[in-house]
Design a binder for this molecule. Structure first.
Ligand code: MD3
Ligand code: FE
Length: 222
């Protein structure tokens, strides 16, 4: 479904590139290429976060090493280890607070949320996922946040991935949604607790990111 243009009206960019919207279902909106005009600022943000809080492979409570490497910025970060998973204000690796959320992340996410109809999105956490070929994320729900009225905004950067968008039950057959560099997805309302995952990434090369995919998910955790 192509139904128009959504520009980043919170930005005063020199050149706005065209973006188009696809509604997956009530509450789930794909804003294709929405982040492209700001790729340089977003990647600079990722680099600065990683200087303080490098990507690490965390372990699930069951003891499995996650194939996706993760870090966080903002007031809270999502962490998992043998004791369980949670949002924590302290990075367990550095023992310090997570780095501040880069302005470019916050502005892009608020503009995207507003474009999808969520006008009061106040994210306080950004999980940054790093995928290499073969890395995947199995079907899960995001339910560690306190207020499910707030959406989650996800920004895809780097090599492509196939996203699995399931239903409210784990057994609901997921639909496949290919996500490319610059695509932004807003998940909220009735879609907020849908099961979702990412299929194992295929080998590919992106001009800016090489053989990696970075996904930012901005959330209101507290
Ligand atoms: C649909 N990350 O970090 S973001 C995650 O591409 C996560 O790295 C994936 O799922 C990634 O938890 C997908 C897309 C996403 C995020 C939250 C959702 C889709 C969602 C919440 C409800 C429904
Ligand atoms: Fe998720």
């Amino acid at each position: 479904m192509d139904n128009g243009v959504s520009d980043l009206d919170l930005f005063d960019g020199i050149e706005e590139r065209r973006s188009w919207r696809e509604d997956l279902c009530a509450g789930a909106t794909v804003l294709r290429a929405y982040a492209l005009a700001h790729e340089a600022d977003l990647l600079a943000g990722v680099t600065s976060v990683c200087e303080v809080a490098p990507f690490r492979h965390m372990h699930t409570p069951g003891g499995f090493r996650m194939s996706v490497a993760m870090t966080n910025c903002g007031d809270y970060g999502w962490v998992t280890d043998r004791t369980g998973y949670r949002y924590d204000a302290i990075d367990p690796v550095s023992g310090q607070p997570w780095p501040q959320m880069p302005d470019a992340f916050l502005r892009l996410a608020q503009a995207a949320a507003a474009a999808a109809g969520f006008t009061d999105f106040t994210p306080d956490a950004c999980l940054i996922n790093c995928y290499e070929p073969g890395a995947r994320m199995s079907l899960h729900q995001d339910k560690d946040e306190h207020d499910f009225r707030q959406p989650i905004v996800s920004v895809s950067l780097g090599i492509p991935a196939v996203f699995q968008f399931g239903g409210d039950a784990r057994s609901d057959k997921p639909v496949r949604v290919p996500l490319q560099h610059g695509d932004v997805v807003v998940w909220g309302g009735p879609a907020r607790l849908r099961y979702h995952g990412v299929l194992a990434l295929k080998q590919a090369t992106h001009p800016l990111l090489g053989g990696r995919r970075i996904n930012l998910t901005l959330r209101k955790a507290a």
